[in-house]
Design a protein around this ligand. Sequence first.
Ligand code: SF4
Ligand code: SF4
Length: 155
Amino acid sequence: MSDESQALCQICGFCCDGTLFGDARLTDADSAAAIAAAGVALSGDGEKFLQPCPAYRDGKCGLYGARFQVCRVYRCRLLSDFETGELPFEAARERIATTRAAVADVRHEMRMVPGGESLCLKALYAVMRTLEAPNRTTALLKYASLRPVLDKHFK
Ligand code: SF4
Ligand code: SF4
């Protein structure tokens, strides 16, 4: 990964922090020691680790050298477009910044969900739908606007 690609991922983090995924699949190449060191929670069948990933802190992967196989190979659309030259660096950076602001806004609107900061965005949305909260409609509408952006540019 080039320095510029790394710079984009460092200001993004959506594939680590629960914005895009609630879990990610482990492979045979992932050692039990690395899994234990990460402190991740596993799915019931032990085949996936749950997100947000606890190794993601302060915009960085705390396990970078020993990160999971899926983390080594994952390229979202935005990163792929940047690496093929279809998306200039500044445009990619700006898209990340705009989307990060929207994600933060949605999480803020859903802040009354108990334990919401440790939930992935989809789980947060699922709980929010069940709550009788004054800003429920606004929060759900903002999520509905954000989801297609995430799916289009970051998956
Ligand atoms: S979602 Fe894309 S740009 Fe963001 S950290 Fe993951 S691979 Fe990098
Ligand atoms: S191990 Fe590192 S790269 Fe993989 S999800 Fe966790 S923080 Fe992200």
